[in-house]
Design a protein around this ligand. Sequence first.
Ligand SMILES: Cc1cc2nc3c(=O)[nH]c(=O)nc-3n(C[C@H](O)[C@H](O)[C@H](O)COP(=O)(O)OP(=O)(O)OC[C@H]3O[C@@H](n4cnc5c(N)ncnc54)[C@H](O)[C@@H]3O)c2cc1C
Length: 455
Amino acid sequence: MVSGRNHLKNVCVIGAGPAGLVAARELRKEGHEVVVLEQNHEVGGQWLYDPNVEGEDPLGRNNFLKVHSSIYESLRLTSPREIMGFTDFPFLIKKGRDMRRFPNHRELLLYLQDFCDKFGLREMIRFNTRVDHVGMLDYGVIDKEFKWLVRSKEKNNDQKVVEEVYDAVVVATGHYSKPRLPSIKGIGTWKRKQMHSHIYRSPEPFRNEVVVVVGNSLSGQDISMELVEVAKEVHLSARSSNISEGLSKVISKHQNLHLHPQIDNLQEDGEVVFVDDSSIVADTVLYCTGYSYAFPFLDTKGIVVVDDDRVGPLYEHTFPPSLAPSLSFVGIPRKIIGFPFFESQAKWIAQLLSGKRTLPSWDEMMKSINEFYHSRDVAGIPKYNTHDIADFEYCEKYGDYIGFPHLEEWRKELCLSTLKNADVNLETYRDSWDDDEMLQEALQSPHFTQLGIED
Ligand SMILES: Cc1cc2nc3c(=O)[nH]c(=O)nc-3n(C[C@H](O)[C@H](O)[C@H](O)COP(=O)(O)OP(=O)(O)OC[C@H]3O[C@@H](n4cnc5c(N)ncnc54)[C@H](O)[C@@H]3O)c2cc1C
């Protein structure tokens, strides 16, 4: 069914990271009028590295953060480049750039900039524009279609406030900025340095220090590995002693890297006490404890809430049943191959807004959400992991709603082989691997040959 012009909407996309960029492209492709509001001066989202973290609360407790990107200077991708690209725009190796399979963060920014140029996306983006309020107009008024009021401010000029009305809003603001902090006795009164990895940029400021790194996730491991080179001692506090083979190897290699259980409390004199009653005196506590979902600008009158990191209710992690499709979220799921998934979300939103497709009834969407919550509860998955998908089949089922192609076998296999390699060879997995055969298959697939030969 082809939609008529009267189905086309005036849509505001918030955020020009990977999710917002692909959303804007798909919405425009469908014929909608699109404005992207982006608080930063450039596209890229997390991949727009920001060395200037002065002025940010070290624990990121402000409602609106000053710094968006949590990327540190040395960061190299944890996923191989070939699995990352949007379906019609492979993340190719370019001469004169970082040609590695797991390149530095700058290379991904360049890829996103190339994506913008290729599809002419910049003209839709209003930079240095921070959204501070999104609210409903005429919600619940009988016989009136409700709209969205979006209020934004020019960055560094609080006086310049702009209010606009849109038919629909797509939230693509990311979720790797707002620090998630553990509750530890003494965290509020600790007098020495403490910070979240959100503002960690490089190891140099920790030279000769005794540092406690809390959390052995990807960032916790990466940061510990570079800190051991300059710090006097690094104490890694992990939730479980059941750590990966790769991390065990790193710990046994470095005499100044020690593994501890969780912290019990922090003492005002600098003592850090662990739950096994051991303790050390530290200069700094660095929390690599992950990030929380936060939408400080969004006022849905309580219809969409963030409860212990569950954003809900959201049908298929995308649509609040009472407000869909005029309000949608792109990029909420974690532990997926991100970019193609964002692309499938964007296509679905665009086609729902144009009326080409329809959502199930409110009752059916709520039933699906509640069944999903129940299945997670039964599986013992904590609420704060609601959006951790880690399931290719889910992504494929999601794509089926709009006839989006399934993930190629090579994408799945290269993702799994990388996870396995990282688990065993934490220090070297970005430079040495044994999935070359599958890699060659990938590089000869239509995904990589679709644009013709590049430089
Ligand atoms: C340390 C680290 C390492 C990572 N490594 C990988 C990796 O190797 N591979 C991988 O696939 N992913 C990785 N990620 C995940 C990464 O976040 C995603 O790849 C991707 O950036 C998510 O895209 P997004 O568009 O959803 O969000 P973001 O990239 O966060 O973009 C959101 C955009 O919204 C803008 N914005 C936010 N609030 C407002 C507002 N109020 N008004 C206007 N604009 C606003 C921001 O400025 C930003 O430009 C990593 C993340 C981190 C933090």
